[in-house]
Design a protein around this ligand. Structure first.
Ligand SMILES: [Cu+2]
Length: 394
């Protein structure tokens, strides 16, 4: 075979490989791979997927055209074969063609893109509203029509496995770092509006299957909406670098048929009545210590360390600390409102009154601290209520 034919065959093979890879990426339905963006389970995600595929195919066609012209010129019309470069310096026809064609392509893409964007922003006619507040590093969900609210954080199994020297193989945890203790449960076939904000830094709420992500910004309320077609469990995560545990604030959405969702709502309402009773009753010291140990492990141990020794200088030790063994009022204030200028954030909105009371009781009586103090949930609930009335709560 002539040398130049070998080059042409090699280039053709290379081009075929590139084209085949491209096709495999672009057609997950045929190959079952998941490199492409998901089609999702909402009308929005469907239209975003279609838009993405249109743009992808136009890019593929342009790519094939440009590279074919380029390689053909390089290989077949090269100097060693006796070709001479043309000397023209201006061609009105060429300029008109390479201006008009891209303009037509861009305008034809702008129409469906703008339609999708306008539709995304239109949350009118929503049948229910969920307010999402982001914290470092958990989500608070408030169902404004159902009077339900809860905090959703990384599930215990993932949280244990992610600790240094935990001895637990992350691969052995199902949905590692993509599972939460309290998922967001939504009904299918209903237009649901979201109001997103944050309490500390910028976060971003993102579930790929829903077809969008939206920033949660302190002091702002962003809007978004969804209407889920298919019941199922959909996972996502915070998509904005929001601090050291940014990778540990996943999102889980469970979409249920209407009737099952209603049953879940009733369950939640009964739960919250139970919780209210728990807050109002008097707890024994042993109960608070037990509960406090669990709360400490999930909320406090990341910074103050499981043994209460802290990580100086950023995270002070609690063992023998002035705060944890000093006046109770000051300790409650630090835990509830945080300490400005330090990494200690306020937990008033992030933990229930019972959990705060338990964590306080635990830290004042563990790691060799022996204050003997018992903090009752009802005390914390009263402080929470007062601060809400005074308008000092976020
Ligand atoms: Cu975040």
């Amino acid at each position: 075979m002539k040398k130049e034919n070998t080059v042409i065959v090699a280039l053709a093979v290379l081009a075929a490989v590139i084209a085949a890879t491209w096709l495999l990426l672009a057609a997950p339905g045929l190959t079952g791979n998941e490199i492409n963006m998901p089609r999702g389970v909402t009308s929005q995600s469907e239209s975003h997927y279609d838009l993405h595929m249109i743009v992808l195919w136009i890019s593929v066609i342009i790519g094939i055209g440009v590279f074919t012209a380029m390689f053909t010129s390089i290989v077949l019309h090269r100097k060693s074969r006796g070709y001479k470069a043309a000397k023209f310096s201006h061609s009105t026809t060429a300029e008109i063609i390479w201006t008009v064609i891209p303009v037509i392509i861009l305008v034809s893409l702008a129409v469906p893109a703008t339609t999708a964007l306008v539709r995304m922003e239109d949350s009118s006619g929503a049948e229910m509203t969920v307010k999402i507040t982001a914290f470092q590093w958990r989500w608070k969900y408030e169902y404004l029509d159902q009077d339900i609210s809860f905090i959703s954080s990384l599930d215990a199994a993932s949280n244990a496995a992610r600790q240094l020297n935990s001895g637990i193989e992350p691969g052995s945890v199902e949905n590692y770092l993509l599972d939460v203790d309290h998922p967001l449960v939504l009904p299918v076939g209903k237009k649901i509006k979201f109001l997103l904000t944050a309490d500390d830094v910028i976060h971003s709420w993102w579930v790929p299957e829903l077809g969008w992500k939206r920033d949660a910004i302190p002091g702002f309320i962003n809007e978004a909406w969804t209407n889920i077609d298919k019941p199922g469990t959909y996972r996502g995560q915070c998509a904005e670098l929001c601090g050291r545990d940014h990778g540990f604030m996943p999102i889980v959405v469970i979409a249920l048929p209407e009737a099952e969702f209603e049953a879940w709502v009733q369950e939640q309402l009964a739960d919250s009545r139970d919780q209210q009773q728990q807050v109002e009753r008097l707890w024994t010291r042993q109960e608070l210590m037990q509960q406090g140990e669990t709360v400490y492990a999930t909320a406090c141990a990341t910074c103050h360390q499981p043994d209460g020794q802290g990580l100086t200088p950023a995270f002070p030790a609690l063992a023998g600390s002035k705060v944890a063994t000093g006046p109770l009022d000051a300790h409650i204030d630090v835990v509830m409102n945080g300490r400005a200028g330090t990494a200690m954030s306020g937990w008033r909105e992030k933990l229930s009154a019972t959990d705060i009371a338990a964590a306080l009781t635990y830290t004042r009586n563990a790691f060799g601290n022996e204050t003997g103090d018992v903090v009752q949930p009802v005390t914390i609930a009263e402080i929470k209520r007062q601060s809400t009335e005074q308008g000092t709560a976020p």
